[in-house]
Ligand binder design. Sequence first.
Ligand code: NAP
Ligand code: ZN
Length: 369
Amino acid sequence: MEFQFYMPTRVITGEDCIRKNKDAFRALGTKAMIVTGARSAKANGSEKDVTEALKLADIEYVVFDKVMSNPTIACVYEGAAAARKAGADFVIAIGGGSPMDAGKAIALLAAQDISEDDLFKGQYENKILPMAFVPTTAGTGSEVTPYSILTNDKAQTKTSIATPLLFPALAFLDGRYTKDLGITTTINTAIDALSHGIEGMISVKANPVSDVLAKESIRQIRECFKALKEGSLTAAHREQLLYASMLAGVVIAHTGTTAVHSMGYSLTYFKDIDHGRANGLLLAEFMKFTAAGRPDVIESIITAMGYKKLEELEKDLEELLGAKEAITAEEISKYSSIAIKAKNIGNCPVVPEEKDLIKIYTESFGLSV
Ligand code: NAP
Ligand code: ZN
């Protein structure tokens, strides 16, 4: 057995974990830039808990709260310029995947000069501002991944900066911050985490440890399906989803994602479909495609989730996601031509061709061929 496992992020969980561990910020620097979205971190108490902890720890801070969903390249350059101007020496990102991913790019760009042309090329100096993350959605796992995914208008898709430099030093998981997350975003983000666990098991980069974590993550997410369908999540469900999402993040930190994510990016970029929902719409058909060449992998996923057949998972996903968006054959053809160029296509054990992507989109949206 030959594999490597690397997880440098210190994960701290539990109610009030930020204030209880306020001194952990001291190891990161003396002036923080808080990177967040416009509203939710103020409403759910996470930003206040961070600023109070910083005050108690005698650490200065500035706030950059301009991160939009699916952050743009312009947004992260603006954030990095603000961090330099303020003299911030570490970053605290609070929010869903968007502020966390923006926080990573800002921490990188504040520490070194990288032109837009070189942003996704992977050649970076060994310099970045240290980071602490507070996820307030339970889905992306960005708090434990080395990826920052940005809207890339030149390529008309979303593109990742991927480097181990992007692992945050600290992640604080407090389920209370996700308490008021609406049911639609809760479902979409839970399906994103599910997709990470499933794609992580399918990926050619899966290893024995990532498989253990993925199985536990997808099992826990399935346990929440009933409450997600009924909209009856308890605080315990919220904690469970946040935990499962972190586990799935550790999985994709090792395995990467697959064609599901590459294909989902077009649905987000062109049709404004939420990231997790986009993955969920494509997941079952991609699993059927993979099952033709690797039935063993798909069977172990289905078994770990407590199902007997893939069709049972497909039905649950349909119930959770509801009516599907309309899509045309022209759109499918365009999205397939973009997705086939993505790096994560190479992680698929049964490597799809462009015609296979067309078929997966077509079947996923119930279009007649
Ligand atoms: P998001 O774009 O971060 O947030 C979606 C919406 O939810 C925003 O309107 C946000 O409001 C709101 N929100 C966040 N937390 C909330 C809370 N606790 N209560 C109420 N509303 C809340 O969504 P996301 O699905 O978490 O992240 C998606 C992004 O993550 C995509 O860009 C995707 O590509 C990326 N992603 C990254 C990785 C990775 O490994 N780095 C993996 C998967 C996905 P505010 O704007 O006011 O905060
Ligand atoms: Zn994702």
